[in-house]
Design a protein around this ligand. Structure first.
Ligand SMILES: Cc1ncc(COP(=O)(O)O)c(C=O)c1O
Length: 306
């Protein structure tokens, strides 16, 4: 991992090597953390963070759901991220804010443990491979389901919940697929292990809603804005598995995956078996804004050097 030299920890910058934690920390035993994932992109005006506030606000919201007493506001997290990126000097990077229950209580309940907050940054290219952005990825429907609403809170980005995503990605990798898609509790599509899903069928665009146990993705929200501007009406519906098989296009959205076409599901080619026109239009607008070659009409970029 090509990481930045500094880590922001509880309000201070410390060298990467020094940001360690004791083995008795609550988080190691019970997954009691909340995290975020953001990207900063290289632009002609220097590096810029994509959709800073929606991510820091989701972190605050996730902590509220997890009942982790995060001692920072979204605004303070924004400042912390910018301070870290100025110190680390990346042209482009992935940013990982994390808050967790540390030492002080080993019992499951955990609210007696000290809350620690860190932010670190590292270089990270296209998550599903740079070819994937043009060619698309081959995915499977996982045998693992997304957890149901009465089991875990899908809207919160809680560390322990990612055991579910790990099972999905490990199974997909073992079967030779780039990614796995989980069905939800109803048997309909929920989302990828780390991506939301869009489907284009007969000129209509569909995506799953909050009731499908999804993480409400920031990239999903961005794609919805772009689709709206492009004149597509998006329908929020239950998406049965077989709808993917007969779709004209399927694409993933996510901070890591960005906008990635899906070219096959369970080895069934989607549409023409390559990137479709709606996906391409969304990508063009998305990447044009993130690399600074298109105007940013929505104010999605926060420049590291003001
Ligand atoms: C489970 C899951 N779903 C969806 C997403 C996409 O969310 P975003 O676009 O905010 O990165 C992510 C990534 O954070 C994720 O981990």
């Amino acid at each position: 991992m090509n990481h930045g030299a500094w880590i922001w920890r509880n309000g201070e910058l410390v060298p990467w090597e020094e940001a360690t934690e004791h083995v008795s920390a609550h988080v190691f035993h019970y997954g009691s953390s909340v995290f975020e994932g953001l990207r900063a992109y290289a632009t002609p005006r220097g590096p810029a963070v994509f959709r800073l506030r929606p991510h820091t606000q989701r972190m605050v919201n996730s902590c509220k759901i997890a009942r982790i007493a995060l001692p920072y506001s979204a605004e303070q997290l924004d400042e912390a991220i910018l301070e870290l990126l100025r110190a680390n000097g990346h042209e482009a990077c992935y940013i990982r804010p994390l808050t967790y229950r540390g030492t002080g209580q080993i019992g499951v309940e955990g609210r007696g443990a000290k809350v620690e907050t860190v932010i670190f940054s590292f270089d990270w290219g296209a998550y599903l491979g740079s070819e994937a952005i043009e060619q698309g990825v081959d995915v499977q429907i996982s045998t693992w389901r997304r957890f149901s609403p009465g089991t875990l809170p899908g809207m919160a980005k809680i560390g322990g919940q990612y055991i579910n995503s790990q099972f999905i990605t490990m199974e997909a990798a073992d079967n030779g697929f780039a990614e796995g898609i989980a069905l939800g509790h109803s048997g309909n599509i929920s989302e990828g292990a780390g991506e939301n899903i869009f489907v284009v069928l007969d000129g209509e665009v569909y995506t799953t809603g909050a009731g499908a146990s999804i993480l409400m993705g920031v990239t999903r929200a961005s794609a919805l804005t772009i689709l709206d501007d492009l004149g597509y009406r998006v329908r929020y519906e239950d998406i049965p598995r077989e709808m993917l098989y007969i779709a004209d296009e399927v694409f993933f959205t996510g901070t890591a995956a960005e906008i990635t076409p899906v070219r096959s599901v369970d080895r069934i080619p989607i549409g023409s078996g390559s990137r479709g026109p709606v996906t391409e239009q969304v990508q063009q607008r998305f990447f044009g804004i993130t690399n600074g070659t298109l105007e940013d009409p929505y104010g999605w970029l926060t420049y590291i050097q003001p």
